[in-house]
Write a new protein. Sequence first.
Lengths: 403, 91
Amino acid sequence: MKRVVITGAGTINSLGHSVPETLEAMREGRSGIGELDIPDVDRLAIKIGGQVRGYEPEDRFNRQQLALYDRFTQFTLIAAREAIAQAGLEFSGNLAARAGVVLGNSGGGMTTLDENYRTVYEAGKNRVHPFVVPKLMNNAAASHVSMEFNLKGPSFTVSTACASSNHAMAQAFQLVHGGAAPVMITGGSESMLCFGGVKAWEGLRVMSKDGCRPFSANRNGMVQGEGAGIFVFEELEHAKKRGAEILAEVGGFAMSSDAADIVMPSKNGAARAIKGAIKDARLNCSDVGYINAHGTGTAANDKTESAAVADVFGAHADKLLMSSTKSMHGHLIGGTGAVELLACIMAVRDGVIAPTINYEEPDPECALDVVPNVAREAKVDVALSNAFAFGGLNAVLALKRFA
Amino acid sequence: MDTSVSDIKTRVIEIIAEQAVLEPSDVTMDSTLEDLGIDSLGLVESIFAIEEAFDISVPFNANAPQESEFDITSVASILDGIEKLVAEQHG
């Protein structure tokens, strides 16, 4: 089997419009969460989110492109441009024929849907823009990445709610690992910070009105974010041959299903995915130094996840570091695992552990070292990235320091 | 809207009974949601039905039910809370 390395990374999210900006914010423990600036926010009970600020679509795309690109596609392309430029890859000939793109998202073009529902229901118009369907379809982002970069190999979109990006990256890993593709573009994106998107989440009564405080005893729910994280997964020999800079190695992954409840998480399902990822990467529990937690800041997730980690790692659970960067960038739903993988790269490559900010009160049910409030230096050989979705679908990735 | 106290009680019990798949006569004032087999998702759905029925907004966060101003200990406490909210929001 082929070894798989990451040779490019890109992002745009509430912490920054690039990977360096985002990692700097994570190192400094900055929050990207603030008052939402969207139409009809006064009719929402939840008025905060991790919105991408200072972003003008017209600066990045022309009018024809914007007619086709929903906000989640725009974010994806911005992140993909950064990742592929860093990798220094151009896709032509045989490489183009074999390389593809697997991305995750949950809501597709929800902003487009929201705007066009307003057009037909609220404004009572009987005509919508002709591109509504190609703009809102969940695979639009993956397709536009394939078109912009000439990727003609296996391309598709994975939609598993909050685990979408991790499932997508696991698929991309598998395609490179098994030799089907030398390079895969992967990750995910989300943009559902629109009236309808937030209103739908509000209904479930799991959102916080005042902030995301994962693992803190006074946590009171999740806060949504938006953005994209995109990576270049490349076969090691292919990367070496062209002298590419290697950010980290993808060691393995595992997926599991709780087969239990549509919203409540399961300790056992999470534990099986964590254990499986360690085994798939041929590692021992004691090799793991950092976990980027799913850490949504809900009562149910954080205690279940802590219990799963304690179960899998036993005594080693007290030695490892686990933080939730959702405290800073919010929950990007289908794009969240992709942005969170950046924190794992920072851990194994730079030896810097992103903190869990807003940590105010210890919770005996979450008694792990969650790197409260301040980033920490630590030498980490292996980092895991957890994602546990609604519907009980779990995916965990194992990242290794490249040596 | 007719929102006399006895009407509120009848309607709330109907909503809870429907959620629990029971007859309204099986729902007593001291029943807890657990007794009635209503889980967290069922509770959120019941609160939605109550908000719709009385055109009120119930301050309830599933993450911190004990800290919500809305007491869900028993059918009686839920009814109490709703009566107050109806009076505040439609009084």
